[in-house]
Design a protein around this ligand. Structure first.
Ligand SMILES: *[C@@H]1O[C@H](CO)[C@@H](O)[C@H](O)[C@H]1NC(C)=O
Ligand SMILES: *[C@@H]1O[C@H](CO)[C@@H](O)[C@H](O)[C@H]1NC(C)=O
Ligand SMILES: *[C@@H]1O[C@H](CO)[C@@H](O)[C@H](O)[C@H]1NC(C)=O
Length: 374
């Protein structure tokens, strides 16, 4: 009897220890292009009258972005993309964002989600994660990279004075631990969201941030792991470069400085210290009036293309997480999802609701691309 129990335990081990997370998901793989974004870009290009700009914009179709599961009805679409990647053959990576915490975006208004803690949102979120698990398990030959919950844990480092964040703190932590615990398949790589240099890179925030990531990983159970962290998601900071004046006097004023400072703190806390960095809209620096400005910032341009040639062994890949052209939030002050950041002087206006297509902003991003598209 004892022997049978032991055998059962041993049989469980290979599915629980995620050997895959010890190497980069991008090694020797092609990154899958998300069809819905390709269609959005094609429609946008068809509407452009400037043929030079249209030709540049058409090249954006070929840049892989992340598929955002910002509502649970998008999970079956992930399944369609996994099936398409599987059918394409070779070693494919499908990139997606898990983004549906109850009381989401607790320190802002623009991206409030479908689930509320007061209304059974925690159980609904667990069902959302379970449905994602069911999809990835059907396609064991497709590598899946997930960024887990942009801004969620970062809000708990700096924004507990906001009542909605204080109220959500224990739920966010338990649910991110739940997501990690359930997504330990060999074909899954997890990067928790770590805000960005101008947020958690500040000396007062970086140590508490490392401790929070570690405690959430511990909450997932002793065998569970992640690949590391994602930074600058939907933001505008450079990977490396001259200091943006709005970052002063932050010593970790770009993403690489932040990552280099954070990695040893993670290692001290037994948290894996590999990174991916969003540069989709980080082509132009020095465009914000305050570092905390995040909404459709005027003057932004497309940034470095995705590459594994990152010049830093801590960084697995430069990625494009935010699909350029999709709005960060509406500038309509009568909308229930209006956030004042979207009505500031450094925000492009008039802007449509978060996630919807913003044609003139897309055109400006292409125009200001650095490096240029040609
Ligand atoms: C393209 O232009 C048409 C006609 O003006 C409009 O209905 C459609 O929404 C536009 N598409 C995009 C992606 O801007
Ligand atoms: C959340 O924290 C950031 C960083 O400290 C701060 O800039 C921002 O104003 C806070 N948001 C709210 C709504 O308090
Ligand atoms: C702004 O939002 C309000 C409330 O949703 C809506 O009635 C109005 O039509 C919107 N205005 C514009 C210009 O979209």
């Amino acid at each position: 009897m004892k022997f049978a129990v032991l055998t059962a335990l041993i049989a469980c081990v290979p599915t629980f220890i995620d050997a895959a997370s010890s190497r980069s998901p991008y090694d020797g793989a092609s990154v899958f292009l998300i069809p819905s974004y390709v269609s959005e870009v094609q429609a946008a290009v068809a509407n452009m009258t400037d043929s030079t700009l249209a030709a540049q914009a058409a090249l954006v179709e070929q840049v892989p972005i992340f598929f955002w599961m910002d509502v649970s009805t998008k999970v079956p679409t992930l399944g369609e993309y996994l099936a398409a990647a599987d059918a394409a053959g070779g070693t494919q990576v499908v990139q997606s964002v898990i983004y549906d915490l109850p009381d989401r975006d607790c320190a802002a208004e623009a991206s409030a989600g479908e689930f509320s803690i007061a209304d059974g949102g925690a159980a609904l979120y667990e069902a959302y994660i379970d449905s994602i698990v069911a999809q990835v398990e059907q396609y064991p030959n497709v590598r899946v990279v997930f960024i887990v919950e942009p801004d969620g844990l970062a809000n708990l480092v700096t924004n507990l004075s906001v009542p909605k964040c204080a109220n959500a703190a224990s739920t966010y932590k338990e649910l991110v631990s739940y997501a990690i615990a359930q997504l330990q398949q060999d074909n899954v790589w997890l990067y928790l969201d770590a805000g960005h240099s101008g947020w958690l890179g500040w000396p007062a925030n970086i140590t508490p941030a490392a401790q929070l990531f570690a405690s959430v990983l511990q909450g997932a159970g002793s065998g569970a792991t992640v690949r590391g962290l994602a930074t600058d998601v939907s933001n505008y900071n450079l990977l490396r470069g001259a200091e943006d004046p709005v970052q002063a006097p932050n010593p970790n004023y770009d993403e690489e400085l932040y990552i280099n400072a954070l990695a040893p703190l993670l290692q001290q806390n037994n948290f894996p210290s590999q990174f991916i960095v969003d540069q989709s809209r980080s082509g132009v620096s020095g465009i914000r009036t305050a570092e905390g400005d995040w909404c459709n910032v005027l003057g932004a341009g497309l940034g470095m293309r995705p590459t594994t040639d990152t010049g830093n062994t801590l960084i697995d890949s430069i990625v494009w997480v935010k699909p350029p052209g999709e709005s960060d939030g509406t500038s309509n002050s009568s909308s229930p999802r209006y956030d004042t950041h979207c009505g500031q002087s450094d925000a492009a206006q008039p802007a449509p609701e978060a996630g919807t297509w913003f044609q003139s902003y897309f055109e400006a991003l292409v125009q200001n691309a650095n490096p240029a598209f040609s």
